[in-house]
Design a protein around this ligand. Structure first.
Ligand code: SF4
Length: 433
């Protein structure tokens, strides 16, 4: 039996799809990348925004039509939307065969086998808040980058976020399993590893905290680069910053979501830090790692946000000068506290504030990228550029897409590129011998 997984959302979901593939293959199922060959189609879904859910519901509706010509086709939904909606999904679309939540992937082979014996809808979304998928070493869909889950879940309950409700409480994976998975990746020639978790800074396993884990990962042979996402500003310790500075494989980039520059809004978001604390962390990062690239997430128009409070966010972004920012207008998620707040900001105001942030950040990003001209960057070559097959593309250690004239033989190699231009969010240059 062949299966295919269509993945939506963040890198955690990409890693989960690789893990699900391993669980399925261990039970004799075969992974395919061709929809028409698949006997089982799984959608690994995201719930962070309503738009993400609407998109996947549309995709499922398209695929269930295949059941007319293939009566045995099995269609299932896994991931955050499966966890959030459970059997409601089966009521929304009666052609869906199963819905399996984030703690129940080990049951997938058995559930699917059961469906072939007795065809009726199955929903398995119980959460135990403990499942860490012990002893599963994922089959990689990506031959250049290993996304390694180090922890699952989140305890923070930011008032706008659905994640703690659909991913459960924080639990860390053992150091030994993480290191083993990274060694396997290194042996396969993968040079870059990204450690994943909703809040990696809270990692804790038998006295080993995140900085100590980073030190151990840094020593694994075969790999050359280590990244991690996502960090929470309240948990960025001096020890972590010092470790980043001293570990040669840890790349000079941090994604540190600020969300707002106003303390009152940060409080109602339940972020548990102040703008002053955040600025202090940025200053420490920049003093110990002068060439570090800093990226962030920002929300415009959170419930109750006044123009003055918005200005604090605008001014903070101006002061920090991020390399890049993911900017969103606040969008209520059913099931979160903030969706219930009765002081929602008008849509037009949210949009207008978002646009001001985008205009500001676009200018800053442009300036920061232009500042790179003349520099020599180490680039990990990923493949041909999308626009020109004679040009190749990769990422610098500070997470900037870099394009240069090259050929297939460079893919998977670390090379040096001299930057000659910056166009939008891309650096352009030439290979340096
Ligand atoms: S830290 Fe906050 S925003 Fe991030 S996953 Fe947890 S609740 Fe969501």
């Amino acid at each position: 039996m062949k299966f295919i997984i269509e993945t939506y959302g963040c890198q955690m979901n990409v890693a989960d799809s690789e893990m699900i593939s391993t669980i399925m293959e261990n039970s004799g199922y075969e992974l395919t990348d061709t929809l028409t060959d698949a006997d089982i189609i799984m959608f690994n879904t995201c719930s962070v925004r309503q738009h993400a859910e609407d998109r996947v519901i549309g995709r499922i509706s398209n695929e269930v039509a295949r059941k007319i010509s293939n009566k045995n086709l099995v269609i299932g939904v896994v991931g955050c939307m499966a966890q959030r909606l459970g059997k409601e999904l089966g009521e929304m679309n009666t052609k869906i065969d199963f819905v399996v939540g984030v703690d129940n992937y080990f049951k997938l082979p058995e559930i699917i086998e059961g469906l072939y014996n007795k065809r009726h809808f199955v929903s398995s979304v119980d959460m135990n808040h403990k499942e860490i998928y012990h002893d599963i070493y994922p089959i990689r869909s990506n031959e250049l980058n290993a996304f390694v889950t180090i922890m699952r879940g989140c305890n923070n309950f930011c008032t706008y976020c659905i994640v703690p409700y659909v991913r459960g409480r924080e639990r860390s994976r053992s150091v030994d399993e993480i290191i083993k998975e990274i060694k396997i990746a290194g042996e396969k020639g993968i040079k870059e590893v990204t450690l994943l978790g909703q809040n990696v800074n809270s990692y804790s396993w038998e006295g080993i905290n995140f900085p100590k884990l980073l030190q151990k990962v840094n020593k694994v042979d075969g790999i050359s680069r280590v990244r991690f996402v996502t960090s929470h500003p309240k948990d960025i310790s001096d020890e972590l910053i010092e470790t980043m500075a001293s570990c040669d494989k840890v790349c000079e980039h941090i994604h540190l979501p600020v969300q707002s520059g106003n303390n009152e809004i940060l409080k109602v978001m339940n972020r548990n830090y102040t703008a002053e604390h955040y600025l202090n962390r940025i200053s420490k990062l920049r003093s110990l790692i002068p060439n570090i690239a800093i990226t962030t997430d920002v929300i415009a128009g959170f419930p109750g946000e006044t123009e003055e409070q918005f200005q604090d966010t605008y001014n903070l972004m101006k002061e920090i000068r991020y390399d890049f920012a993911f900017m969103f207008k606040y969008s209520p998620r059913i099931g979160t506290k903030a969706a219930e707040f009765n002081n929602q900001v008008e849509e037009a105001v949210r949009l207008e504030r978002l646009q001001r942030l985008i205009d500001l950040q676009t200018e800053i990003t442009h300036e920061k990228y232009k500042e790179q001209i003349g520099q020599i960057k180490e680039v990990y070559v990923e493949g041909p550029s999308k626009k020109d097959e004679n040009e190749y593309s990769g990422k610098s250690r500070d997470f900037k897409i870099t394009i240069f004239p090259g050929d297939e033989s460079l893919v998977g190699k670390l090379i040096k590129v001299k930057v000659e231009d910056a166009v939008g969010w891309t650096l352009k240059g030439h290979l340096v011998e």
